[in-house]
Design a protein around this ligand. Structure first.
Ligand SMILES: [Fe+2]
Ligand SMILES: [Fe+2]
Length: 140
C-alpha cells in the first residue's frame, strides 16, 4: 500500500490545525505500516483506537474554534465530521467482530476522505479564521 504522507499542499496556515492534521496523517501511516507488516490484531486494534480518539479530539477542537469564531458553515462542517466518525466506528466494530481485512478498506476510505476534507472544508474554515486574524491558536 502506498504510504500516506504529509505534504505542503495540506498546510492551511493555522498552526494548531496543521499540526493536528499532521498527527492524523501519521496515525493513518502507522496503521498502513502495521497492515503492510502484517502485525498482530491487537496492535492493529490499538492503532485503530488511537486513530478514533485523536480524530474525536481534532474534530471537537475544530468545531469549538469554528463556533467561537462565528464560522457560518459550522453546522455543515460538524455534520461531515459526525458522518466520518460514525463510519470509522462502524469499521472498528467490524474489525472487533473478527473481520480483520476491513483495515484495507478503512485505509483507502480514510486517505481519500481526509485529503478531500482538508483540501476543501478545512481549507474553507482556515480561510475564514485567517480573515478574522485567528492564525495562531494554542492547542487546547
Ligand atoms: Fe481537520
Ligand atoms: Fe474538519
Amino acid at each position: 500500500m502506498k504510504s500516506f504522507k504529509w505534504g505542503p499542499l495540506f498546510e492551511l496556515g493555522i498552526p494548531s490545525i496543521d499540526s493536528q492534521h499532521q498527527v492524523l496523517v501519521e496515525c493513518i501511516a502507522k496503521l498502513q505500516e502495521c497492515q503492510d507488516l502484517d502485525c498482530s490484531d491487537s496492535n492493529t486494534n490499538q492503532l485503530f483506537q488511537i486513530l478514533v480518539d485523536y480524530t474525536t479530539f481534532h474534530f471537537d477542537y475544530e468545531e469549538k474554534l469554528a463556533e467561537d469564531a462565528g464560522y457560518p458553515m459550522n453546522k455543515e462542517h460538524q455534520l461531515q465530521h459526525r458522518v466520518l466518525k460514525e463510519q470509522v466506528l462502524s469499521f472498528q466494530r467490524r474489525f472487533e467482530e473478527g473481520e480483520f481485512k476491513v483495515t484495507v478498506e478503512l485505509l483507502k476510505f480514510l486517505v481519500s476522505w481526509l485529503s478531500d476534507h482538508i483540501l476543501k472544508e478545512d481549507r474553507h474554515l482556515a480561510e475564514f479564521l485567517s480573515c478574522q486574524d485567528i492564525i495562531d491558536v494554542e492547542i487546547a
